[in-house]
Design a protein around this ligand. Sequence first.
Ligand SMILES: [Zn+2]
Ligand SMILES: [Zn+2]
Length: 288
Amino acid sequence: MQAKGINRMLIDCHVHSTISSDARSPIAEMCRAAIRKGGGIVCFTEHLDLNPADANFGYYNHEKYAAEIAGARAAFGDKIEILQGIEFSEPHVYPRDFERMVKKNFDFVLGSVHAFRGTWAGAEDILQKYSNEEIYHMHYSETLKMVQFGGFDSLAHMDFPRRFLPEHKEPPDLIDPIFSALIKAGIALELNSAPLNRGKDFSLPSPTLLRRYQDLGGRYVTMGSDAHHADEICMGMDALTAQIESHRFEAVVYRGRKRFPAGIGAGGLEKGGRDAAGIPNDGFSQEL
Ligand SMILES: [Zn+2]
Ligand SMILES: [Zn+2]
């Protein structure tokens, strides 16, 4: 169960270790860095890519991952809560593999669109072949298909192409159906601080998307740095917390694929379960 005395107000639910091919720090090093920064909950979300064109293809090793998580919990479990999640790319394209994998012992499943038409979204040939507008259209069309397929807990980096495209397109004919399907399915929206942590002046999703999610009745959000190195873990969470509070969203964490209040945002305020210093009460054991 959860250790006492952990600061649960600094939460990072999108983190990669060397279990992912494109990340550089082992799980233990990531945990030590999170503890140094005052982190209270860290959820690893290792890449599971079934697209042969992706660098992570064939790299994921579930047994190794589970063993490293168990080792980290034994070593650091009294200082930080460590959760075992996965970032599954385009689950709707690989439904049988997805259904087989999510039966394993995950706390949290992120759904991500990293590719369309079989190619990584930021690949040079995509950028040369299509206009920005076309790339955003393909990205959001794929995202809509993924959300309609469902089966995951939170939608990761909804406007992902902003990480590598200068312009920003948000076609309303796709955005509204994505949010409607997300809300109907009870899937959370991820707030992702990766661009902020890598020299940009924005996080994902954009202010326009956040407003639209709020207007359509969206409530649940998860928070993640998308760290691929120990230095990046728990970064940018202040900015995400400010967004959560201004939109009256509710930050949530997932344990055993069940949703719990994180004590940040509307849930904390409405339940009156947190004191002025933001110290949560037993809301953490209360499933939403
Ligand atoms: Zn991703
Ligand atoms: Zn990621």
